[in-house]
Design a protein around this ligand. Structure first.
Ligand SMILES: Nc1ncnc2c1ncn2[C@@H]1O[C@H](COP(=O)(O)OP(=O)(O)OP(=O)(O)O)[C@@H](O)[C@H]1O
Ligand SMILES: [Mg+2]
Length: 337
């Protein structure tokens, strides 16, 4: 599908790739980190936060970008805004190389970092919006219209005169989302927009994003630890783990992967006939070591308890293909949140 040739590497019409609004080809980000290894000693180490990622997002799509802590999600978003420069690969948003033309791109994108506000902490909410009006040189009528719409849909009317520092987390998040949209961006990146919010605030944010995507046609890339966000908003989801893209497809496919099998590796005191235990089956025996397959969605603990009660158990471990590790961890996080 990729007909990119070396001669097309620089700017030009070939960069827009038709409908691909966002496009990454083998994008990498390597961080140099210094790690203290002793008194006055440190070691330089490289962290490959994003490892050769390729994907494309069409205009108007709403895509979930998920994965465990440290997977590389925020790093990807920062490269998509131009805050970080990729160490390798090729990245375009609306045909623009974000790190080279960050300011030009800023007029076309909106970004919300759930963990950090872009609002002026000590000023009333409305003052931040007025500053953005000027900063982005938003035409007056356009600004008024966008502000009205956001105030109505995000229920901000009562909050406009309140200093940001006095807002609750949910109120501030809604305020931040409005701030990201005043200049009519074509794409909105959201890095954990529902983090720490209660059920009602989460529902409000989701409802707003659904509306934004459906009515305004805004392209949305959403990072979250809350799978309900994805279930309710995104038909397409990408899973990243250790900087690598592990899955890109419909949410339903993700459920199927989550429903496949994990393997319990058991070391017994001695060689024994295949273990017989409920809800697992032996798939391999090698001396005192046995491999048992069991449903990925099922907890390993009761299985281990049953085996330990009936067999001389020495050691054990659970193995899962990477993608399943990601999914089961995500589901575990969901269950405990
Ligand atoms: N500025 C930096 N310098 C060095 N290492 C970094 C830097 N930013 C991120 N990293 C490392 O890159 C990896 C990916 O981090 P990133 O913040 O992208 O993860 P994430 O998927 O957003 O995780 P989380 O779910 O916790 O937000 C981590 O190992 C992190 O420690
Ligand atoms: Mg992050």
């Amino acid at each position: 599908m990729d007909t990119q040739t070396d001669t097309q590497k620089d700017f030009g019409p070939a960069d827009d790739h038709g409908d691909d609004f966002i496009r990454l080809d083998g994008v990498e980000k390597v961080f140099d980190v210094r790690k203290k290894t002793g008194f006055m000693r440190s070691e330089r180490r490289q962290v490959r936060a994003v490892d050769s990622i390729s994907f494309a997002v069409a205009r108007g799509e709403m895509v979930g970008y998920i994965g465990p802590n440290g997977a590389g999600k925020s790093t990807t978003i920062k490269m998509l805004t131009g805050i970080l420069t990729p160490s390798g690969g090729r990245l375009r948003v609306a045909g623009i190389d974000p790190s080279r033309e960050r300011t030009r791109l800023a007029h076309r994108i909106g970004v919300v970092f759930g963990q950090r506000t872009t609002l002026w902490w000590d000023l009333p909410l409305i003052d931040s919006y007025r500053l953005m009006h000027r900063m982005y040189r938003i035409p007056d009528a356009r600004y008024a219209e966008n502000l009205d719409r956001c105030v109505e849909l995000l229920e901000l009317a009562e909050l406009l005169d309140v200093p940001v520092r006095q807002l609750s987390l949910g109120q501030r998040m809604r305020g931040d989302i409005a701030a990201a949209l005043l200049h009519d961006p074509e794409v909105l990146y959201l890095d954990e927009p529902t983090i720490g919010l209660d059920v009602i605030s989460k529902a409000k944010v989701r409802e707003f994003l659904r509306h934004l995507n459906a009515e305004q046609g805004t392209t949305v890339l959403l990072t979250t630890h809350d799978l309900t966000d994805i279930e309710q908003l995104c038909r397409r989801v990408m899973v990243i783990d250790h900087g690598r893209l592990m899955y890109d497809g419909p949410l339903t496919g993700l459920h199927e992967i989550g429903e496949s099998e994990r393997t319990l590796v058991v070391d017994l005191e001695r060689e024994l006939p295949p273990i017989e235990v409920e809800s697992a089956r032996v798939v391999k025996v090698e001396g005192p070591r046995q491999w048992l397959a069991f449903p990925a969605a099922q907890s390993a603990a009761p299985l281990v308890a049953r085996i330990a009660a009936a067999y001389p158990l020495v050691d054990l471990s659970v193995r899962e293909p990477d993608i399943e590790a990601v999914i089961s961890r995500m589901y575990a996080e969901k269950a405990t949140s």
